[in-house]
Design a protein around this ligand. Structure first.
Ligand SMILES: Nc1nc2c(c(=O)[nH]1)N[C@H]1C(S)=C(S)[C@@H](COP(=O)(O)OP(=O)(O)OC[C@H]3O[C@@H](n4cnc5c(=O)[nH]c(N)nc54)[C@H](O)[C@@H]3O)O[C@H]1N2
Ligand SMILES: Nc1nc2c(c(=O)[nH]1)N[C@H]1C(S)=C(S)[C@@H](COP(=O)(O)OP(=O)(O)OC[C@H]3O[C@@H](n4cnc5c(=O)[nH]c(N)nc54)[C@H](O)[C@@H]3O)O[C@H]1N2
Ligand code: SF4
Ligand SMILES: [Mo]
Length: 764
């Protein structure tokens, strides 16, 4: 057999690296780093290396499976794709005809290739019940960017330094990118290099990560208190006159209001909340404000709190206040390659097909607030919506073009008003509310759900509510690689293509380039999720919204403006944009005032604080001293493991060897008095539940904090053991961030004890 090496773009995490795929004949035998890649410069992580193990795993679902036993019994028959999609189209049309389009819902996992079309599918079908994990992942930060500087894709560190300088000060705030591989379009290898190069490295993390150990300033704050820290930084920068006067004078709206607002948020105030010494807060803030250029790499620890949006707002403000926005070596917005039509929702909101959703449907989402209008007004509104929809359909392209010209903050306000959104900045159906509605049948019963590449029994908070909800459905379809605990409850399982089996123009969250991903393998009958959505949408009569006969046709359209077809694009491997800095000098900012909005009138009109505030985690010693008596420790969950992507990878041997068991980290000082030795099985308990993990003793964490991984199940166990070590069982119904609806998964009260049964249970 001949061997060859083909360059591609890995997708075992959010997809940040170009890699080399080694083939022996038709068989993928190895993945290696690509030293020539300007994106990843040879970086590759254990997940990327394990790709062939995923591709050829004997447990993969390789044909559509229809349930034959009772729900959850794990008895299936293989059927053809045509049978599967004919049946699915019939079931979904039937439900739409009988119960309305809103009785069908679609949920997805984190950003993956399918994200290109999922929202569009839901909107074209006519359901407002499109949901996922957005509230806890990236969207709080994207919203902060949209409302502060006018771009949904937030600015980020100028790692490439095309202006001749890279960040001299780098802040890693709630992220461990150098340790985990990659996230949200950023390669961990790139961040590691920038951190090593920076003269000042600030790390804000309750755990002493490797980066924290080598940082100039490590702020080991109490989990969930980043919002207070950020406000204190703003306070200090203003109090000590360290802000960029010229930038603020010409490019900022609301500085005076902000100045008055933060007067009370001194480092001493924040010290009392964060547990950090006031002097340490001062020193780090001064270092950040006085070392230019400076940039902040932020991470998802900021998203999973009851104060996520406001904290991200404060950080957006810091970037502008210090004059680092879009300046060489600062926090920049990249320029995309010329001629390309972006398909990522974050870069091209038109892809979501939001305007395809009939106007009257928006307010029927499971999380919409009740309509306060009297019945006659509601009837009239429905008629008016009908008329407007007819006009909209006719003039679709013009309506889209006009809408796209308006500031994104104004678009969001209009849409969220129409939705009567309970959480004004949660642009999807609020996930916890969604799962509760599925389980309770209130305000109405959802009949069918498509779970597109997600494992909510492991990754959503309140897994028992999720389970009840899934069991109540008439029809559950799950697209996945494996029969996960979630997929086992399905009526139909659709086998998905891995990245090696896809072809793609990869632009997930990387504005500055797109990468080529040629199809290099095919196992069984697996199909690309997007091809399946196009196929199904057309069967359902939505060829207008999905005019492409195939996925390849879609890709060719994406590339049309570049003069390349997909084959030629693959030869090139990457297309890059040409960086320009200080773009605000010509165009201002895409906000309603055209400036960076420290104060936002749009937010005020949506019932959100127009200036950033701090909120205490709802379950903490400060907010719930009554609980703290029994649950004295602070639990943070989900710090990423290098070898796993969320609940994935437990069945891949090379990854399981890296992390064979779920391990919770805590301090020896805490373990000693509890009689817990390293490696002992323990129980972590909250008022909502109890899970089993192994003790990993380390002084890298404060003595009153526990850090536990999420996503643990045991594919090898008879019942898959999804209740054994599933950290999300520790979260019951909890107050969410009132703005964007995120959940405080990074800070909740808990306690720990030795588990009496020290053996590993084999079945659950
Ligand atoms: N306690 C706690 N919970 C958390 C977090 C935390 O930090 N703490 N983090 C949250 C965050 S930020 C996120 S984003 C979510 C992630 O939540 P999920 O996205 O649900 O996480 P995964 O475990 O990756 O589940 C995805 C499933 O999709 C399958 N899959 C992977 N790729 C594809 C594909 O291309 N197509 C299809 N059809 N299937 C695919 C996988 O096999 C897997 O079973 O978890 C959240 N949950
Ligand atoms: N290997 C791997 N890579 C991944 C993923 C994965 O599951 N595995 N998931 C992907 C996804 S969907 C996401 S969202 C990203 C997330 O990746 P990152 O943005 O890097 O975030 P995390 O690793 O979740 O958490 C980063 C750090 O936050 C710290 N932390 C915990 N609580 C707090 C807190 O309250 N405040 C602060 N400041 N820090 C805190 C943790 O100790 C951890 O070191 O990673 C993506 N990449
Ligand atoms: S960091 Fe992500 S993209 Fe890079 S090799 Fe690892 S899994 Fe693949
Ligand atoms: Mo995420």
């Amino acid at each position: 057999m001949s061997t060859r090496i083909v360059r591609s773009a890995c997708r075992m995490c959010h997809g940040t690296c170009q890699v080399l795929v080694h083939l022996d004949g038709d068989r993928v035998v190895k993945i290696s780093g690509d030293r020539d890649s300007p994106v990843s410069r040879g970086h590759v992580c254990p997940k990327g290396l394990a790709s062939p193990e995923l591709l050829y795993h004997p447990d993969r679902v390789t044909r559509p499976l229809r349930r034959v036993g009772k729900r959850g019994e794990d008895r299936w028959e293989a059927i053809s794709w045509d049978q599967a999609l004919t049946e699915m189209a019939a079931r979904l049309s039937g439900i739409r005809a009988e119960h309305g389009a809103e009785a069908f819902a679609l949920t997805q996992g984190t950003g993956r290739p399918y994200t290109d079309l999922t929202a569009r599918f839901a909107n074209a079908f006519g359901t407002p019940n499109y949901t996922g994990v957005a509230h806890n992942c990236f969207v709080p930060r994207a919203m902060a960017s949209a409302f502060t500087t006018g771009t949904v894709m937030p600015p980020g560190p100028d790692y490439r330094g095309e202006g001749g300088v890279r960040p001299r000060c780098l802040v890693l705030w709630g992220t461990n990118l150098p340790g985990i591989g990659g996230a949200h379009g950023v390669c961990g290898g790139t961040v590691a290099r920038a951190a090593a190069e920076a003269e000042v490295l600030v790390v804000i993390d309750p755990r002493r990560t490797r980066s924290a150990a080598r940082a100039t300033h490590w702020l080991q704050l109490r989990p969930g208190t980043d919002g207070a820290l950020a406000l204190a930084w703003i306070h200090l920068i203003i109090a000590e006159s360290l802000w960029d006067r010229e930038f603020v004078e010409h490019q900022v709206h609301g500085f005076a209001e902000l100045r008055a607002h933060v007067a009370g948020f001194s480092p001493e105030w924040a010290a009392g909340i964060t547990g950090l010494p006031a002097e340490a807060i001062r020193a780090a803030a001064r270092a950040y404000a006085t070392t230019r250029p400076a940039a902040i790499q932020w991470g998802s620890a900021l998203d999973m709190s009851a104060c996520s949006f406001q904290t991200a707002r404060s950080i957006m403000i810091l970037r502008a206040l210090t004059g680092n926005l879009d300046r060489p070596g600062g926090d920049v917005v990249a320029v995309p390659p010329e001629g390309l039509r972006f398909k990522s929702q974050f870069l091209n909101p038109e892809m979501t097909g939001k305007l395809l959703l009939p106007l009257g449907q928006a307010g029927r989402a499971l999380d919409s607030l009740p309509d306060p209008a009297p019945p006659l007004r509601r009837w009239l509104a429905a008629r008016a919506f009908g008329l407007l929809d007819a006009i909209k359909r006719r003039a679709y392209r013009r309506v889209v073009a006009r809408a796209a010209g308006r500031p994104v903050a104004s678009q969001l306000r209009l849409f969220q008003n129409l939705r009567r959104a309970r959480y004004p900045l949660c642009a999807v159906t609020h996930p916890p509310t969604f799962w509760k509605a599925l389980a309770s049948g209130l305000p109405y019963q959802v009949r069918a759900l498509w779970v597109m590449g997600a494992n909510p029994l492991l990754t959503a908070a309140s897994p028992l509510v999720v389970e009840t909800g899934l069991r109540r459905l008439d029809y559950l379809v799950v697209s996945d690689f494996f029969l996960t605990p979630t997929a086992r409850l399905a009526d139909l399982v659709l086998p998905a293509a891995t990245w090696l089996e896809q072809e793609d123009v990869v632009n997930y969250m990387k504005l500055w380039c797109v990468l080529a991903r040629p199809r290099l393998a095919q196992v069984g009958e697996v199909r690309d999720d997007r091809e399946v959505m196009i196929d199904l949408a057309r069967r359902l009569g939505h060829a207008d919204a999905f005019p492409w006969p195939s996925w390849r046709a879609f890709l060719d359209e994406t590339l049309a403006g570049t003069g390349l077809d997909f084959g030629a694009f693959c030869q090139k491997g990457i297309l890059r944009g040409e960086m320009r800095y200080e773009k605000w000098r010509s165009g201002g900012f895409g906000t309603p005032t055209g400036k960076v909005e420290f104060h936002s009138q749009t937010l005020a009109a949506m019932g959100v604080s127009p200036l950033p505030v701090y909120r205490e985690p709802p379950s903490s010693a400060r907010s719930r001293p009554d609980l703290a008596a029994d649950y004295p420790l602070t639990l943070t969950t989900g710090a990423r493991l290098r070898g796993y992507f969320h609940s994935e990878g437990r069945q891949l041997p090379s990854l399981r060897r890296l992390h064979p068991e779920p391990e919770a980290e805590f301090h020896p000082e805490l373990a000693g008095p509890l009689g817990i030795a390293a490696g002992a099985w323990i129980r972590i308990e909250t008022p909502s539940g109890s899970v089993r993990m192994k003790a990993r003793l380390t002084d890298a964490i404060a003595p009153d904090v526990v850090s536990a991984p999420h996503g643990w199940w045991f594919p090898e166990a008879p019942g898959q053991g999804w209740m054994r070590s599933n950290v999300n069982l520790l979260f019951g119904e909890q107050p969410c961030d009132p703005d964007v609806g995120s959940e405080p998964l990074r800070s909740t009260l808990c306690r720990v004890r030795l588990d009496q049964a020290q053996a590993r249970p084999e079945a659950t």
